[in-house]
Design a protein around this ligand. Structure first.
Ligand code: G3P
Length: 217
């Protein structure tokens, strides 16, 4: 399972480089707004930090302008994946950009039928939002199970990118279901590292080691 970090904070991304568990980056207009920076600059900077795909989202709602924005964003760097919303205009744009060889991430997916349409339109990634479904009392992970199953049934190459991940259980369930990617805030990625028995065990090993008076180097 690939891990993408869901942020436009360059310092946070830089701090995860070299850990071996970060495979790409996703952004959205809210995250760009939170960064307080110009979108083209922040996307260029992020793309230089990672070889993995960096999702940059269009903000137009009509097909023609979305297409222009998508081509512009793709022009920023070769690892940009253009993110489009799951609307009719978004899927038309997905089809054209995908045919041109641009990877497209179709976002704001809340149903399995929407995911089916995105795969047919050639999406490289589909982003079902699990946390936002949970927020309104619906089953976010149930949607992931359905989409994984449907894509398998028809051998779609579209990758299931679990988005709106809020906590480690979402990550665990995504991995058990065979989702291809999870995108999550840096704090959620780091929370996966933690276990109290790891901390306690390390403390005991180091205390015993200190008693030996040895040093490895
Ligand atoms: O980037 C899309 C998604 O991951 C947003 O998550 O927490 O704002 O629902 P959230």
């Amino acid at each position: 399972m690939k891990f993408f970090v869901d942020t436009a904070d360059v310092a946070e991304i830089r701090s995860l480089i070299g850990t071996g568990f970060m495979d790409g980056v996703t952004t959205n207009p809210s995250l760009i707004a939170k960064s307080g920076r110009k979108m083209s600059e922040v996307i260029a900077e992020i793309c230089a930090l990672t070889e993995g795909p960096v999702s940059a989202e269009v903000t137009a709602t009509d097909h023609e302008t979305m297409l222009k924005e998508g081509r512009y964003l793709r022009g920023i760097a070769k690892n940009v994946a253009v993110k489009v919303p799951l609307t009719e205009a978004g899927l038309r744009t997905c089809k054209v950009l995908s045919d041109e060889g641009t990877p497209v991430n179709v976002t704001l997916c809340f149903s399995a039928n929407q995911a089916l349409l995105a795969a047919k339109a050639g999406a490289a990634f589909i982003s079902p939002f699990v946390g936002r479904l949970d927020d309104i009392g619906q089953d976010g992970m149930g949607l992931i199970a359905d989409v994984v199953q449907i894509y398998k049934n028809y051998s779609f190459r579209t990758e299931v990118l679990v988005a709106s991940i809020r906590h480690p259980i979402h990550v665990l369930q995504s991995a058990k279901l065979g989702a291809h990617v999870g995108t999550m805030p840096p704090a959620v990625i780091r929370s996966l590292l933690k276990h109290p028995l790891t901390d306690r065990g390390l403390e005991a090993f180091l205390a015993d080691w200190a008693k030996t008076g040895q040093s490895i180097l």
